[in-house]
Write a protein that binds this ligand. Structure first.
Ligand code: ANZ
Ligand code: ZN
Length: 855
């Protein structure tokens, strides 16, 4: 039969592959090629985005395997997270059962698509064997000083009932919304756990430069997110800081007091400078009447234009001033509960004054909501003349505006009463620096003034990992009245989740029995931390676990990671540019500093795959425009998603294009079947068999090149062309048995990475034994080093012949057909080409055509 019955063919080969363990990494592999697709979130069913993602990694993994590499191509489940909790709530089940059901279904779907994974390495993040290592890492990071616990004004999603990391808040139509449910996000004041990713801001930024295997777009997004800014730190003496009353410090818990003396002005420091040196000198607060407040500025040369100092409501100075001044206290409290959008240019003047480091002038000190707690030092010098936000603040609070930079070009109109002038120019009203260009003044100020020091800050915030939800990794800490926060000893890990209870709020809070425990330090009563970890912790290191998934006494085998990392090729959706891909870089670096890894970057080559569209919109269940992957059979779907476009481009799902993929399968299958059944071949060689043989070689070289570059769509085009050529050859005459068979076998092998069932079926028909997944990648028989040049030659020759035919105005359509349509005669024509060229001028064209035809 010549009809390709995909269901039957799929089932059969999937059975054989599994029986023969063809995707299992050989035990003696010493440096396998690591091909990884971002593991799926266990949402319930596979969608077209997954299929595209995994078709890409699978095609590449299969290609590398046929090239002789040992290939590590594993799969697992990103199984923690809020959707499971919500689904469990709605369906009156529990997250565990729901998630396991999702996994069963999705694993089935992946297998139906014929993706070749080493299932012996499957990992599931919601299982204690996995998440115990999240707890273990938490403890190592904690010991290394990379974990902080602190009160912060944080993003809160009222719908998900949990806080969100900065990177999980998205801007949509000018509103700040939850990345998951798109609900507008509010603020909450809460004690939370953070990983201090900002300690790595510099390395995360600078390392992007060397990630040559990453798309420029992703690197740019990360660069912007990290937001490196060069500038200066300027110290202002602040005086008349009222004494902190004794009762104030008594009311704090010991841990809070300790934190204040350790931390920076802005709570969580930004940038690379040590925390201790940042912000006001808090030593002895309450005793001294003065302290230094550092501000960060990108334009230190405007320092003579500073007319006030402003600190954020979260700044330590704001705390101190609030303790003595009810107005300040009221403002701070009010503004920290408000959404950032509502804060505007509100502020409150304080009793303190700041001394200008150059003029000695006394400047008013404000607490102002527009000064952000975790940007720079959390304090600014207000330069209303040259900074738009300061200008707006000055207008609102009636502060003076003093111009110190004039545009070089005198024709530029500057009216500082209405607008700030933010450009560069010539300094004025700036003491000995007046008359200098801004750039020069900046350099000299940095050199000459002790209070002004070159500095770099980053926009990056620390990673808030606390979630007030059940379905995640319990944070391995207990709260003891006497000892404070105490990490759970390693030997008590994992701390497993208690049974799920349906309740509003955080189910862990309601799990009284689980919550009540004893303090590992003093043995007294203590409560477990009820926050769980952001699920992005799980995905930050899963690629390491795949190397030694069953390991019981360590998260991974360091001997293997040293040899096998980084991941050679990682493929996933472009939406992960910051969240997952930044966290995973951070984790790798932190683990390297813990001495657990040699590598400092996890991924050598990254491919971010584009979106599958339907009627111009992203295909997604929320839009109701989903084509189920199973609708067309594995082969058609895989071939189509790979041949439609370059992996990084979006493409449109249309029935018409899908048909193209379907027909290619039918053609190949039909040709292989007919060849085997009819056996009508020729033994004696004819000249054009040589051409065909070379076209087969040329296609091998071309397709190999395209696979190397992930251009599956172009590989498919080459395959299609060779198939067409073979078919025409077959239609025209009895084919040469050996050449034609090699052509068909080559096609089966070349298409196998993209359409493995079809490849297997044809290969089996033609050879009767062996598996194409385990076959060697085809190699050319002849030397086709410069196949492109040859191709061009053939094409121009064809064009010449067309010209000849045209000018000859031959009206015998059959003859014309013969000349222009029989591609396989190119070679013969090419041999004649020099002849034709020589005699073409003024020659009898009709006789030329005759000569061509005779040949
Ligand atoms: C004084 C100054 C004068 C500044 C001037 C700019 C221009 P942009 O402007 O986006 O590049 N800044 C520093 N820390 C801040 C904080 N915690 N919250 C809000 N604003 C803060 O960002 C750099 C500028 O943002 C800094 O340089 C500072 O204002 C302000 F003519 O300092 B500038
Ligand atoms: Zn939400």
């Amino acid at each position: 039969t010549t009809h390709y019955d995909h269901a039957q063919v799929q089932e059969f080969w999937q059975y054989v592959w599994e029986r023969d363990d063809v995707y299992e990494l050989p035990a003696d592999a010493d440096d396998p090629t690591y091909v990884l697709g971002m593991f799926p979130y266990t949402s319930g069913t596979l969608h077209m985005g997954h299929v595209r993602n995994y078709a890409i990694t699978d095609a590449y993994a299969r290609y590398r395997r046929m090239q002789g590499d040992d290939v590590l191509h594993p799969m697992g489940w990103d199984a923690f997270g809020l959707p499971a909790e919500n689904a469990a709530f709605e369906r009156k089940t529990d997250p565990e059962s729901w998630t396991q059901a999702c996994i069963r279904r999705m694993r089935d779907e992946l297998e139906t698509m014929g993706f070749g994974y080493d299932w012996s390495r499957e990992i599931t993040t919601c299982e204690p064997e996995y998440y115990r290592w999240n707890q273990w890492f938490f403890k190592r990071l904690y010991e290394e000083g990379l974990v902080e616990y602190e009160g912060a004004s944080v993003n809160w999603c009222p719908d998900c009932e949990t806080v969100l990391a900065a990177a999980q808040v998205e801007e949509r139509d000018g509103e700040r919304v939850c990345w998951r449910c798109e609900t507008p996000v509010g603020r909450r004041e809460l004690d939370q756990w953070f990983f201090t990713i900002t300690d790595y801001a510099e390395e995360l930024h600078d390392g992007l430069e060397d990630l040559e295997g990453w798309p420029d777009g992703v690197r740019e997004i990360q660069r912007n997110w990290i937001g490196r800014q060069e500038g200066a730190r300027i110290g202002f003496e602040v005086s008349e800081v009222p004494r902190v009353r004794e009762s104030q410090s008594d009311s704090r818990s010991p841990s809070e007091v300790q934190r204040t003396s350790e931390d920076t002005s802005n709570g969580r420091g930004e940038g690379t400078e040590s925390r201790e040196s940042a912000g006001p000198d808090t030593d002895g607060v309450g005793d001294d009447a003065t302290s230094t407040v550092d501000v960060f500025s990108t334009r230190p040369e405007t320092v003579y234009g500073a007319t006030y100092l402003a600190v954020s409501p979260g700044h330590d100075l704001a705390d101190e001033l609030a303790a003595a001044d009810d107005d300040v206290a009221a403002y701070v409290e009010d503004v920290r509960e408000r959404d950032p959008g509502e804060v505007g240019f509100s502020g409150v003047e304080t009793d303190a004054t700041a001394t200008h480091p150059l003029t000695g002038e006394e400047l008013p000190v404000y607490v102002a909501g527009y000064v952000l707690e975790d940007v720079g030092t959390g304090a600014v010098m207000g330069v209303p003349a040259h900074n738009e936000r300061d200008h707006a603040f000055a207008l609102e609070h009636d502060l003076s505006i003093e111009g110190v930079v004039a545009p070089k070009d005198a024709s530029i109109d500057v009216d500082l009463e209405t607008d700030a002038y933010t450009g560069e120019g010539i300094l004025e009203n700036s003491g000995e620096y007046s008359g200098l260009e801004s750039g020069t003044a900046r350099e000299r100020l940095l050199e000459e003034v002790a209070a002004i020091e070159a500095d770099v800050t980053y926009r990056l915030r620390d990673w808030l990992i606390s979630r007030q939800r059940y379905w995640g990794t319990p944070i391995p800490v207990v709260h003891c009245d006497d000892c404070g926060r105490v990490p759970v000893p390693d030997e008590d890990l994992p701390i497993e989740l208690p049974e799920f209870v349906r309740t509003t709020g955080n189910p862990l809070d309601a799990a009284e029995e689980w919550k009540q425990t004893v303090c590992p330090d003093c043995g007294g009563p203590a409560e477990r931390e009820t926050d769980t970890m952001d699920t992005f912790v799980d995905s930050s290191w899963y690629f390491l676990r795949f190397l030694s998934p069953g390991l019981e006494d360590a998260p991974f085998d360091t001997e293997l990671t040293d040899d096998w990392l980084p991941v050679d090729v990682y493929v996933g959706g472009e939406e992960h540019a910051i969240l997952h891909l930044l966290y995973t870089r951070f984790f790798t670096k932190a683990l390297a500093d813990l001495g657990l890894l040699e590598q400092r970057e996890p991924i050598r080559e990254l491919k971010s795959q584009g979106t599958v569209l339907y009627d111009g919109e992203k295909m997604s269940s929320s839009k109701g425009n989903v084509v189920a992957p199973q609708e067309y059979g594995a082969e058609t779907t895989r071939l189509f998603v790979l041949s439609a476009a370059h992996p990084e481009q979006d493409f449109e799902w249309t029935a018409n294009n899908v048909r193209g993929a379907y027909e290619l399968q039918q053609t190949l299958y039909g040709m292989a079947s007919a060849f085997v059944e009819e056996g009508d071949t020729r033994v004696k060689r004819r000249p054009h068999d040589g051409y065909l043989a070379r076209e087969i070689d040329r296609t091998i070289v071309a397709v190999t090149d395209e696979y190397e570059r992930f251009r599956f769509h172009r590989a498919a085009t080459e395959i299609r062309e060779l198939a067409r050529l073979l078919r025409r050859y077959r239609e025209y005459e009895r084919p040469h048995g050996e050449v034609y068979r090699r052509g068909l076998l080559t096609l089966s092998a070349l298409i196998a990475p993209m359409a493995p069932h079809l490849g297997e079926e044809c290969w089996n028909k033609l050879r009767g034994e062996g598996l194409v997944v385990e076959a060697d990648w085809p190699t050319p028989e002849s030397d086709v080093a410069d196949y492109r040049r040859e191709r061009r030659l053939v094409e121009t020759t064809l064009a010449d012949v067309r010209d000849i035919v045209d000018t000859a105005a031959i009206d015998d359509p059959e003859r014309i057909d013969l000349v222009v349509a029989q591609d396989w005669k190119y070679e013969t024509i090419r041999l004649l080409r020099d002849d034709i060229d020589e005699s073409i001028e003024g020659a009898d064209t009709e006789s030329l055509v005759d000569r061509v035809l005779e040949a």
